[in-house]
Write a protein that binds this ligand. Sequence first.
Ligand code: ATP
Ligand code: CA
Ligand code: CA
Length: 423
Amino acid sequence: KVLVGNLIGEDHVNYVLMYNMLTGIRIAVSRCQAKNKRQLTNQDFTAQHKYSFDIIGNELTPSAKYDFKFKDYAPWVFRELREDYFQLDPADYLLSLTAKYILSELGSPGKSGSFFYFSRDYRFIIKTIRHSEHKFLLSILKEYYAHVKSNPHTLLSRFYGLHRVKLPRGRKIHFVIMNNLFPSHKDIHETYDLKGSTVGRIYSEEKAKQNPRAVLKDLNWINRGKMLELGPEKRALLSEQIRRDSEFLKTVYVMDYSLLVGVHFVQRGNRDKVRSNTLKVFSPSVPAIRRKNTQHKGARSPEAMAVKRAMRESDPKRLGSDTFNLPEEYTGDRQQFIFYQDEGGLQATDEANQATDTIYYLGIIDILTPYSTVKHLEHCWKGLKADRHKISPVPPQEYADRFFSFMKATMRGGDGGARFKAE
Ligand code: ATP
Ligand code: CA
Ligand code: CA
């Protein structure tokens, strides 16, 4: 399948940022990966590795096109999360992200001002985050790690890395790398972002008709009479996992997260060629790897070799077109996870647990907003004439309970088939 996007050349405002992000990831991750695996220590959760890049290069970092600094946070923790719990192949991870310097930018960033970039193969998302979100993730990293460890099938965002790029003038950009819930090989026909709240949670149906990629909300879901069509088995599994995940989110005191649901109708197939958001393709300029003094120990590990090979083989020419090729086939890389085992998602089932012709791609996203931040935002809004109770956030406890009961009630057959009632 080919998705059309706008090729963004090296003159794109975020080209340098992308270059720096990918160069930093490439060097920092392969550096950690080249070492022998070892037991995590307490210090690993607060560790920060700094790298300094410039056009000349040194023993630690190869020459880069631009001057910038890069910080890798808790590299050993994320390595273990990736390899032991999220079952990512180490070489694969690096290659997907950095073998070619291609990222695509998600159409329009959310209200938060975050930018989203898809890896070339659509498997990974880089999301720029606020400094507060960054600090927050670090502060709950231990709890997050423990939760993932005891919940291999968690629906929470899978964080694969936490990094920072510092540009010469001092601008700092924090970002996480996480799983793209949506597959590259299946059209997503409808997308919903569900919070379990109904106040203001609607996207204009009029506009939705024009834009099949629109992200719809709770009221659209309810008004359209949607349910998660799952038979007793999957219903029980999913609702138990959402219960555990929302309990976790309660304990770390966050809110404002949502269940992102992408729906694929098997009958309709891929004829609309609607994946997710429009892909804008950055110029695939190849990284300058003039490896001068870069022969460091460990560079010969299998992962490092795989990366080097991919670097050599990557096409140094520009794509010369504004199309973007996505993998046609499901790579099978999520098979071991209950909720991602059917074509990378969760196939709907009937009351006899027989598969029906819908596949859901779902997960709990945007989990880095602690209550304190929301309270602060609320404070900023006070001066505005907005209806206070509409924007007033509910505390994490209430948020989680409301979230869970909404999800439970919206599973066909759940709660005796009761429909969630709009307030
Ligand atoms: P806000 O705080 O205003 O909600 P945000 O910038 O924090 O915005 P998110 O809520 O994290 O953004 O995500 C915005 C949209 O990006 C989602 O509705 C979804 O369409 C897409 N998205 C986010 N995370 C993922 C993911 N892991 N997989 C697929 N799509 C995602
Ligand atoms: Ca959100
Ligand atoms: Ca957010």
